[in-house]
Design a binder for this molecule. Sequence first.
Ligand SMILES: *Cc1c(COP(=O)(O)O)cnc(C)c1O
Length: 401
Amino acid sequence: MRSGKGAFLTDVDGNRYVDLVASWGPMLLGHAHPDVIAAVQAAASLGTSFGTPSEPEVLLAEEIVARTPVDLVRLVSSGTEATMSAIRLARGFTGRDVVVKFSGCYHGHVDALLAEAGSGLVTFAVPGTPGVPAAVTAETLVVPFNDRAAVEAVFAEHGDRIACLITEAAAGNMGAVAPLPGFNAFLSDICTRHGALFISDEVMTGFRVSRSGHWGLDGAVEGWRPDLMTFGKVMGGGFPAAAFGGRREVMEMLAPSGPVYQAGTLSGNPIATTAGLTTLRLATEDVYRWLDATAATIASLTSKALEAEGVPHVTQFAGNLFSTFFGRTGTVTNFAEAQDQEPFRYRAFFHAMLDRGVYLPPSSFEAWFVSAAIDEEALNIIGEAMPYAAKAAAAAQDVQS
Ligand SMILES: *Cc1c(COP(=O)(O)O)cnc(C)c1O
């Protein structure tokens, strides 16, 4: 791609695409929002990195604390760093080593979290990529998402060794798979009962699915809060900025006030934090209403087109994140079910959409991301492309079989 403006990307040949990836989430307001660009240009002219706190860094931290249930926040440069540091902190705080995660949940490329479940209810995880020693994932336990019995079982067996449980507040990295009602509250409770920390990873959902992220849709309503939360993507406004935060007592274990080491040369960078702060200040309740409405419109265009061609499918939402599982009729609640779809149909659909000027996530295991810049023109382009893409999906053959 060469440039982006509002809801559109333009490639090096001059082709324009409606963008439903939004840089995998950060571009909540669309590309090159004039206020964000102006703020970034002004910040750049003041100097690019100081290695000591700057005003936008403090203001961004205050904005995060105001929108979420965290008492204290530490800025880092990527979501990966946020989850890596949150886990180190949880281990340091509890004096325990074991981490519980869910299959199909992605938390960045932290070695210990690149663990994938084998078959069976609970599996001591083997690494999901070359380059990660088995010893590193040996302390990671992987359980199926949305499965209370599996979580109960793992805590019953290993409870006093578990430092933390980490989950995506709503899964968006296996397609959109929301937690079942009460599931996150259950996780929070079982962690508390066993002296483990509950880490809610809101790198994708934070400041996207509501003003307060996914927590705004469940914890804020139900009256619980995670011990630690991780943020990224939207809060950087298209620059490398991320964060983790949580209960004061836990966060004060971090250096320099406590013994758990964490640092970063470019953390809280003034340009990145200016972009993030400007983005969050523009992300008003009206913006969230528009994002929700736009997601619903696009999902319904997709379903109508697929229905017209007789392609079985399930469209699921996690707030305004959504995705369509092709070749399925049943709800997807976990990773095993997410894998039971027909990716070859999505592949055909994706390419037909791209040919007609709509850029979707290039995988059937990713959520679709709307931006506030999606307008009538963009929706018309999407609506016109859909019937062709649905025909392509209906005609697609599974080349492997
Ligand atoms: C994207 C993502 C991360 C990793 O963030 P990076 O900035 O890519 O390192 C972590 N957790 C979740 C839920 C994500 O979606």
